[in-house]
Write a protein that binds this ligand. Structure first.
Ligand code: ZN
Ligand code: ZN
Length: 158
């Protein structure tokens, strides 16, 4: 018998967000320390990869060799392991099974999935955080007069 009713037959059609800062505050200090250190080291490794690409000729043979052999997959795996150990799986998904999108990548309309990289046509604007004007029932006209939408929380100038 299972009490896991997280997955339902209905296909989730809402875009949910994962608030990393909020989840971070719930983590034990030891998990914060491990995840934080691995995230920093992952970025340090990207710097190694960038140096190899941008000015590999200026690196000494030993540094060049180490940079060529460097592979960030190991650190990504360790970061994922640390995450899985610290963060309940349920945190990644909403009650109806929909995956949560990282909040740090910017607004995404929770109904239609549009974003600054993929606005509605005609272009929309943000009626609320994560709700675009094309999907907002309160909005009569969902067009963004600036033509660059969605843009943050701007109302149309009449
Ligand atoms: Zn929308
Ligand atoms: Zn939109």
């Amino acid at each position: 018998m299972t009490t896991n009713s997280r997955r339902t037959p209905a296909r989730p059609d809402m875009v949910y967000r994962f608030d990393g800062a909020a989840v971070w505050r719930t983590l034990a200090a030891e998990h914060q320390a491990r995840i934080g250190a691995l995230a920093l080291e992952l970025v340090a490794g990207w710097n190694v990869e960038e140096r190899l690409i941008e000015d590999g000729d200026s690196l000494s043979p030993a540094v060049f060799r180490a940079a060529e052999a460097y592979d960030d997959v190991l650190l990504m795996d360790r970061l994922r392991e640390a995450f899985v150990e610290a963060v309940p799986r349920e945190t990644l998904e909403a009650d109806d099974g929909g995956p949560r999108f990282p909040s740090a990548t910017g607004a995404i309309c929770r109904r239609c999935g549009c974003s600054g990289h993929d606005p509605c046509q005609p272009r929309c604007y943000w009626a609320e955080p994560d709700l675009c004007s094309a999907c907002d029932d309160e909005t009569d006209d969902g067009f963004n007069p600036h033509g660059c939408g969605p843009v943050p929380l701007e109302r149309r100038d009449d």
